[in-house]
Structure formats: structure tokens, C-alpha cells
Design a binder for this molecule. Structure first.
Ligand SMILES: C[S@@+](CC[C@H](N)C(=O)[O-])C[C@H]1O[C@@H](n2cnc3c(N)ncnc32)[C@H](O)[C@@H]1O
Length: 508
């Protein structure tokens, strides 16, 4: 390694990689970054200071491309997460083909396509689904790593890359050649691959309302939150209204975008762009500004601030709304500061703790009408109605919350409770699964899924869900336990979890 590389240089290098490629590296990767930086400094024949200043201030596309080959993770295989491909073939494709604007033209993008397996899997499915030869189909794979684009174009794959490929597709579309498999030419030539950087302003790629389906799987998980939001904003604008977005199975748009509806079929999740262009966040938030927290009460914010802070912010919002509706007693005009009831949400929570739901609800109902679209107030109302046993009204409140924030894990969890109350176990389980997907740290939907499964004797599912709930409950945010715990404290919920685990043959 070149001598002058210390902690400061590595920090600067990390920041440059985030700015130029969108990628985030945590401190555990500093040794790796030091090695890469050392190699690039040596290849450039300059000192680290000169190299880093150029990387920070100039475009240097060749150097960024060289860095991409060094630091990206191109792991992929055919038909990865088969459920998503089934949803694509059985729901998404027919829906897009029926859209009036599509008819004879279908545009599909695989962003961060690595060596092409994802784009080719889509091409195989599309060939089977589209009988009409007049339909103009375009499938484009995009990746910043030029070595992967070359590999994709070769169309030669290892047996390992075909490990999830259905046997029939393997026979139809691949020919064995030594240890490898050669992709059929008809499929290979139906996909175009392009080396592009998703972080660049690239008018050719990001044409507005152009694509029907975007696969953007297992890429945003490597991005910094800000760069991830920026790319998701661009995807939202580049998709046709009603177009679809697939993320990796463990990735969610929660906290990233409010421009999509969540879809849940075939045991998997994906997103559909909202129909009306004016609903896109770009209309209300410039893309370089962080989105405000979406239904902050519904989730412990991913970035450091606590749920208690979320409550405080919600209190302030409600207070501001209340102030703006309150007559100015002094008659001196709007500059005068009036007393604010910022404590009111705190009082509501105190009443919730004491299970005095009706009184708490009376306070929330007295909030000014403008608070009726505040996601935190809507959630609080839904919680109080659910705990107070007014399940039909609670469902209505959840529906209104989802109208404002489609990705509210809290609303889905409450809907699960309401549906169970209505005897609709399937819908209850669906909403729990959505809540657990949207917020993997949320213990309550796991616990509820476990209880539902045990109730119908599905003991292995119950053990899995209760086991996860037990782990999550130990670190669940205290305020969220209060909000969703249904009158149980953390210790009581943990004890319940343990008892239920034992009852279905697990170890607690
Ligand atoms: C883990 S692979 C995902 C492959 C495929 N989408 C899948 O899910 O199987 C991530 C890919 O994203 C690409 N990538 C990372 N940053 C990128 C950027 N700024 N622009 C374009 N592609 C990028 C990497 O080169 C890598 O090939």
C-alpha cells in the first residue's frame, strides 16, 4: 500500500465513492477501501492528495469506471427470487399490456443488472407471454461495472448462475458447453446492455414517463440513503403512471418515497407508481432535499432520532395547526405567539398508557380539522379506536392513513388486528406480513403472525414468527410498545411470546 494513506484519506475516499457511485461503506470496510485507494493512487502515478482532489473536483469518467470495477458487488443469478418473476408474469405483464398507452410497446429496465441474468430472465418470460409479434418490446440492462456488461453480452454462464432456473427453461434456452451454459441467441439478442452510472444526470436514461417495469433489485441496499432517494425519485419519474418497480426482497421504499402503492401477491412485494403525475414527491420536494419523515410515529425512524422525537415533532405540527386556527386574542396580528398545546399528544399517550381510550380519543378528535391529514394524528386515532374496540371505525382511520402514507407499517398492523376481530384470518395475516416487510424491526406483526399460526395449528410457522418476535421485542422502542402493545408492557409481551413458543413446541 502507498505510504500516505491514513484515516483522513480513507474518509475522503469514502465520501468520493458516495458522491460518484452512490455507494456506502461502513467503517468495517476501511481496510478494503485503503487497499483500493492504494492501488488507484499507484495506477494514477500521483500522490494520494493529488488523486483525491481530482476525484473530488473533476468528472474523471474513466477513473469512476475503474473504481466501479473494483468496489461493486455483482452477485446475481437467473430467476433470483422466483416469486417476483411469477408476480411479473402473472400480474404485472398482463396489466401493462392492457394499459391503453402500451398496446404495441413495452419498455423494461433492469437497473444494476450485473452480468445480465435478471434482464435475461425477464426476456425469457416475456417471450412466453407475448404472442403478438407486432408488440415492440425493449429490455435494457444497465450497470456501471463495464466488466459485468461485457460478461452479460457474452451470454455464457456457469451452472451456479442457473441454480434457480426451472428445468424446462434450462432445456429450452440454454446449451451446455463444457462446464458452462450458452444462452440461446434469440434471447441474448433481445436484451440490450448499457454501461451507465445511475448517479449521473443522464437525460437519455431518465426520460420521463417512459418505462413500464423497472427491476432495481439489490442495488439500493448498497447506496447511501440520500443517493438511494435520489435514484428512486428518478425511477418514479421515468416510470409510466401505473408502471411497476421491483426491489430486492428485503428492500423497502419506506422512508424513501411516497410515489408508489405497495403490491403484495405471490408471497412477494413490489410497487406500482401512483397514477397522477402531480402526486410525485418531486412536485412538492426538490430532489436534493430530504423527504420529511413519513408517518414517523408508525415506525422507529431508521436514522438515529428516536420515536420520542417523532412524537415531539408531531406535537409541534399539531400545535402549529392549532395556532393557525386559533383567533388571535390580542388582535395584534399573526406575529404574536399564542400558547401552544404541544403537550396534548403527550397527554394522549399518558391516557393510552392508562387504557383510558375514550378520553384520549376525545382529545384527538378535538384537534383542528387540518390535522386530519397528518399521518401521526391519523395513526394515533387508529390506535385508540382499535384498542377501544371500535374496529370498523379503526379500519376506516387506517384506510385514511394509508391514503396519505401507503407504506405505513403501523396502519397495516392495526388492520391485521381489525381483520382478525372480524374473523378474516387471511386478511389479518396479509396485513401482518405487509407490516413486517415494511418495517423489519417491528415486533408486533411477528408476534401476531405467530399467534394466528398457532391458533390454526401451523406450529412451524408459529415457532419461526414467535422466535423473531422474541428477539425484536427485546430491542423494540419503548414508546412503540406503548402504542401497539394493546395494554401489555414489554416484559408481558416477552412472557406471552415465550409461553406461546413453548406451547407450539419451541424453546424460549
Ligand atoms: C448485487 S448486484 C444486483 C444484480 C441484480 N439486480 C440482482 O438482484 O440479482 C448490484 C449491481 O449494482 C451495480 N451498481 C452499483 N452501483 C451502481 C451505479 N451507481 N450505477 C449503476 N449500477 C450500479 C453493481 O455494479 C452491481 O452489478
Amino acid at each position: 500500500m502507498t505510504a500516505a494513506i491514513g484515516a483522513r484519506e480513507i474518509e475522503r475516499f469514502r465520501a468520493a465513492l458516495a458522491a460518484r457511485l452512490g455507494l456506502h461503506f461502513d467503517e468495517g470496510k476501511f481496510g478494503f477501501l485503503a487497499e483500493v485507494l492504494g492501488r488507484r493512487v499507484e495506477a494514477a502515478g500521483q500522490g494520494s492528495e493529488a488523486y483525491l482532489s481530482r476525484l473530488e473536483t473533476r468528472r474523471m469518467p474513466d477513473e469512476v469506471a475503474a473504481l466501479a470495477r473494483e468496489v461493486t458487488i455483482p452477485e446475481t443469478y437467473f430467476f433470483r427470487n422466483l416469486d417476483q418473476y411469477r408476480a411479473f408474469a402473472e400480474i404485472v405483464l398482463p396489466d401493462r399490456l392492457a394499459a391503453p398507452t402500451v398496446g404495441r410497446r413495452l419498455r423494461i429496465l433492469s437497473l444494476g443488472c450485473a452480468s445480465g441474468e435478471e434482464a435475461y430472465s425477464l426476456a425469457i418470460l416475456v417471450r412466453d407471454m407475448i404472442a403478438n409479434p407486432a408488440c415492440d418490446v425493449s429490455i435494457v440492462g444497465v450497470d456501471v461495472n463495464s466488466a459485468m456488461i461485457e460478461k452479460a453480452n457474452r451470454g455464457r454462464f456457469s451452472a451456479w448462475a442457473l441454480r434457480e432456473t426451472p428445468e424446462e427453461d434450462r432445456r429450452r434456452w440454454f446449451r451446455a458447453d463444457g462446464p458452462d451454459f450458452i444462452l440461446d441467441d434469440a434471447v441474448r439478442t433481445s436484451v440490450r446492455f448499457e454501461q451507465r452510472n445511475l448517479i449521473d444526470d443522464d437525460p437519455q436514461l431518465w426520460q420521463s414517463s417512459t418505462y413500464d417495469v423497472v427491476f432495481f433489485r439489490n442495488v439500493v441496499m448498497y447506496f447511501t440513503p440520500d443517493q438511494g432517494r435520489r435514484v428512486v425519485d428518478r425511477i418514479a419519474r421515468a416510470l409510466c403512471p401505473g408502471g411497476y418497480l421491483f426491489l430486492g426482497h428485503a428492500e423497502t421504499l419506506r422512508g424513501f418515497s411516497n410515489d408508489f402503492h405497495l403490491r403484495h401477491t405471490h408471497g412477494t412485494f413490489y410497487y406500482q407508481r401512483k397514477e397522477r403525475a402531480e402526486s410525485l414527491s418531486s412536485a412538492s420536494f426538490p430532489s436534493d432535499v430530504r423527504h420529511p419523515p413519513i408517518a414517523s410515529i408508525a415506525a422507529v425512524p431508521a436514522d438515529a432520532d428516536s420515536w420520542v422525537d417523532a412524537i415531539r415533532r408531531a406535537s409541534e405540527r399539531v400545535a402549529a395547526l392549532t395556532d393557525s386556527h386559533r383567533p388571535d386574542p390580542s388582535g395584534l396580528g399573526s406575529n404574536v405567539v399564542t400558547a401552544t398545546p404541544a403537550w396534548e399528544l403527550g397527554l394522549v399517550l399518558e391516557l393510552l398508557r392508562k387504557e383510558r381510550f375514550a378520553e384520549a380519543l376525545a382529545i384527538v378528535n378535538a384537534f383542528p380539522p387540518a390535522s386530519g391529514r397528518d399521518p401521526d394524528v391519523l395513526l394515533l386515532r387508529a390506535v385508540l379506536l382499535t384498542h377501544g374496540g371500535q374496529l370498523a371505525r379503526a379500519e376506516d382511520a387506517c384506510a385514511r392513513l394509508l391514503d396519505v402514507d401507503d407504506l405505513s407499517a403501523g396502519a397495516h398492523y392495526l388492520l391485521a388486528l381489525c381483520r382478525e376481530g372480524a374473523g378474516d384470518r387471511a386478511a389479518a395475516s396479509h396485513h401482518d406480513q405487509v407490516a413486517a416487510y415494511l418495517d423489519p424491526g417491528f415486533a408486533m406483526p411477528r408476534l401476531h403472525l405467530g399467534l394466528l399460526a398457532r391458533g390454526v395449528g401451523e406450529h412451524s410457522v408459529a415457532r419461526e414468527q414467535l422466535g423473531q418476535a422474541l428477539v425484536l421485542l427485546q430491542r423494540e422502542d419503548a414508546s412503540r410498545v406503548l402504542l401497539f402493545g394493546g395494554g401489555f408492557g414489554r416484559e408481558a409481551l416477552i412472557a406471552l411470546c415465550r409461553t406461546e413458543l413453548l406451547r407450539c413446541g419451541g424453546t424460549a
